[in-house]
Design a protein around this ligand. Structure first.
Ligand SMILES: NC(=O)C1=CN([C@@H]2O[C@H](COP(=O)(O)OP(=O)(O)OC[C@H]3O[C@@H](n4cnc5c(N)ncnc54)[C@H](O)[C@@H]3O)[C@@H](O)[C@H]2O)C=CC1
Ligand SMILES: O=C([O-])C1=[NH+]CCC1
Length: 320
């Protein structure tokens, strides 16, 4: 079995290929060329800490794989004397014919990259391809996902301003300073409040652990697009609930949505469709003034696609 650790994974990752892998995984999902069930969660007794298993099979000549991601979600890690990431992951790939374990692939960086790229794919197909404005991006949350989304959206789009807000302001300020230097630009701006960050933004990314809404309906401009990625008590806590009734809401997969967005479903929110059906041009938002929301859950087959991409790239670059 080949072991591809986090350091190696980071060397092999590439935004364009990650974007392509997410497009394929989402499209194959809608074409039913995948197998994946809602993920199972093992809670560490009375703590909020979870071990989540995400097995999946993706049929595709380039990105297809049989694999399983094991992901830990330990919000208490941020309070440790020496903080650790709150989301960590490992991916196992198996031979599709024999079931033999093929590779262990570190899943921490992959989870960040593929989640940010899934938001970028959703933004491209639900929003940007309708020639909608891409002037101001608002990122709420400056943790691991906030950083990955800042890199990914800088790479994939051409925003004139990328605003960043975080509950603890110093974290957002550090991101802004670091990224303006890294990209030799001044487009990254720190926002004092979530309201200032959201108002007037064309595209909004919410990547926090909040269980209370941080994107209020009245602040969101007509026709804006929101990627809501974070997981608080539920997977739909970041956006004020009433906005879901006045928006076109897209999901990554129906089965996951039925299990993890049951609160929204019970409240009567209707989903417009999977992102894969938008990629296939089967569904689209027609009204330019309607807000669109991508409610990202994360899919096992995204991790399968990434595992295969990294495995193949590793074999190509380490042939001996
Ligand atoms: N949809 C998907 O595919 C995925 C979703 N996630 C979710 O994305 C979220 C962010 O993940 P990471 O960046 O890795 O975590 P992180 O721990 O690095 O960052 C979390 C951020 O949330 C903020 N935050 C926490 N509580 C808050 C509150 N009450 N109000 C406002 N902000 C608050 C923190 O300030 C921090 O910036 C998590 O909820 C995680 O479960 C992570 C991976 C994949
Ligand atoms: O898809 C994923 O890896 C996750 N979704 C929420 C936490 C981790």
């Amino acid at each position: 079995m080949i072991v591809i650790d986090e350091n190696m994974v980071l060397k092999l990752l590439d935004w364009d290929k990650t974007f392509q892998a997410m497009e394929v995984a989402m499209r194959r999902c809608t074409e039913k060329r995948i197998v994946q069930t809602a993920r199972s969660k093992t809670q560490v007794l009375d703590k909020p800490n979870l071990l989540v298993s995400m097995p999946g099979y993706l049929e595709d000549s380039t990105f297809g794989a049989l694999g399983c991601k094991l992901v830990t979600f330990f919000p208490t890690n941020s309070n440790l004397p020496k903080p650790l990431p709150t989301v960590m992951a490992s991916i196992l790939l198996f031979d599709e014919t024999t079931g033999l374990p093929k590779a262990y692939v570190g899943g921490f960086e992959i989870t960040k990259w593929r989640t940010a790229a899934a938001s970028a794919v959703a933004t491209q197909h639900i929003y940007a391809k309708r020639s909608k404005p891409l002037r101001v991006l608002a990122i709420l949350g400056a943790g691991e996902q906030g950083r990955a989304h800042a890199d990914c959206f800088k790479h994939c789009f051409n925003f004139q301003e990328i605003r960043v807000w975080n509950r603890t302001a110093s974290k957002a300020k550090s991101l802004v300073d670091e990224y303006n230097k890294k990209y030799n630009t001044n487009i990254f701006k720190h926002c004092e409040s979530n309201e200032k960050c959201v108002r007037g933004a064309d595209v909004i990314v919410a990547v926090t652990n909040t269980s209370e809404p941080i994107v209020m309906a009245d602040w969101v401009k007509a026709g804006a697009h929101i990627n809501s990625v974070g997981l608080g008590k539920t997977h739909h806590s970041e956006v004020e609930e009433k906005l879901y009734f006045d928006a076109d809401v897209y999901i990554d997969h129906w089965e996951g949505a039925r299990a993890e967005l049951s609160g929204l479903i019970k409240a009567g929110v209707q989903f417009k469709g999977e992102v894969g059906s938008v990629i296939a041009n089967e569904v689209q938002t027609e009204d330019a003034n309607r807000v669109t929301i991508f409610q990202s859950l994360g899919m096992a087959v995204e991790d399968c696609a990434m595992g295969r991409l990294i495995y193949d790239t590793y074999l190509k670059t380490h042939s001996n």
